[in-house]
Design a binder for this molecule. Structure first.
Ligand code: AP5
Ligand code: ZN
Length: 215
C-alpha cells in the first residue's frame, strides 16, 4: 500500500499515519520529523530551524533528496505512507517522476479535513516526545504519566512551531503552497477526503472505509 496523507497543520496526519503504518506493517515517513532530527545537526541546523520556526517551507530540492533516499530503503518495498510530503506542486511532480522510475504507483491520497480554528487549539495543546517523536494531546490523547512518553519514557515538550503566531503562518503557507495539491490529486482520481473532526479512533475507521471503497 502506497499512500500520501494530505491536510493542514494539526489535522492528524502524523497520528493516523502512525496507526495505519503499524497495522499494515509499513513505514510512516514524516518529513517534519526527519527535518526536526536534521535540525539538531550543526551544519544544517540553524537554516532549517529558521525556516520551520517561521512557518515556511524547506526548499523543494532538499525535500526531494530526502524522500528519494528514504523511499530507496528496503523497508519501503512492501509499501509506505508519506506524511507531510508532497507539500508543493513541484514536490508532487518530482514524486511522480521518482515513482515512475521505481515502477510504482500511489494507491490513494487521503485528505484530512478539519476547521482551522479547531486546529489551532489542537496544536497549542500538542506535546511531543523529545526522544522518540511520539505525539500526545493534553486533553484528547494524554500520556499515562504527565510529561512522560508512554512508549520510551522520554520527556514531553512543546514544538517551537506550535506557538500560536507560528501556527497562523503555517496555515497561510498551507493555503498558498499546499492546497493546490487537492485539485492535482482529485483530477487524477486519487483523492479520498475524510472528516478529521471526530475522535482519533473514528477518524481511523473513516480512513479504513475510504480505502476499502477504492478496492
Ligand atoms: P510537519 O511536522 O509535517 O507539520 P504539519 O504538517 O504542520 O503537521 P503537524 O505535525 O503539525 O500536524 P499533523 O497533521 O501531523 O497532526 P498530528 O497527528 O500531530 O512539518 C513541520 C515543518 O517542517 C513544516 O512547517 C515545514 O517547515 C517543514 N516541512 C515538513 N515537510 C515539508 C515538505 N514536504 N516541504 C517543505 N517543508 C516541509 O495531531 C496534532 C495534535 O492533535 C496532536 O496533539 C494529536 O494528538 C491531536 N489529535 C490528532 N488527531 C486528533 C483528533 N481526531 N481529535 C483530537 N485531537 C487529535
Ligand atoms: Zn518517546
Amino acid at each position: 500500500m502506497r499512500l500520501v496523507f494530505l491536510g493542514p497543520p494539526g489535522v492528524g496526519k502524523g497520528t493516523q499515519a502512525e496507526i495505519l503504518a503499524q497495522r499494515e506493517g509499513i513505514p510512516a515517513i514524516s518529513t517534519g520529523q526527519i527535518l526536526r532530527e536534521a535540525a539538531q545537526s550543526e551544519a544544517l541546523g540553524p537554516s532549517l530551524r529558521r525556516i520551520m520556526e517561521g512557518g515556511g517551507l524547506v526548499p523543494d530540492e532538499v525535500m526531494v533528496r530526502i524522500i528519494e533516499e528514504r523511499l530507496g530503503r528496503p523497508d519501503c518495498r512492501p509499501g509506505f505512507i508519506l506524511d507531510g510530503f508532497p507539500r508543493t506542486l513541484g514536490q508532487a511532480a518530482e514524486l511522480d517522476r521518482l515513482l515512475e522510475r521505481l515502477h510504482l504507483e500511489l494507491d490513494a491520497v487521503l485528505l484530512l479535513d478539519v476547521d482551522e480554528e479547531r486546529l489551532v487549539q489542537r496544536l497549542v495543546q500538542r506535546r511531543v516526545c523529545s526522544r522518540c517523536g511520539a505525539n500526545y494531546h493534553l486533553t484528547s490523547r494524554p500520556p499515562a504519566q504527565p510529561g512522560r512518553c508512554d512508549r520510551c519514557g522520554g520527556e514531553l515538550v512543546q514544538r517551537e512551531d506550535d506557538r500560536e503566531e507560528v501556527v497562523r503562518e503555517r496555515f497561510r503557507t498551507y493555503r498558498q503552497k499546499t492546497l493546490p495539491l487537492v485539485e492535482y490529486y482529485a483530477s487524477r482520481g486519487l483523492l479520498r477526503t475524510v472528516d478529521g473532526d471526530q475522535p482519533i479512533e473514528a477518524v481511523g475507521a473513516a480512513i479504513e472505509a475510504a480505502l476499502a471503497r477504492r478496492a
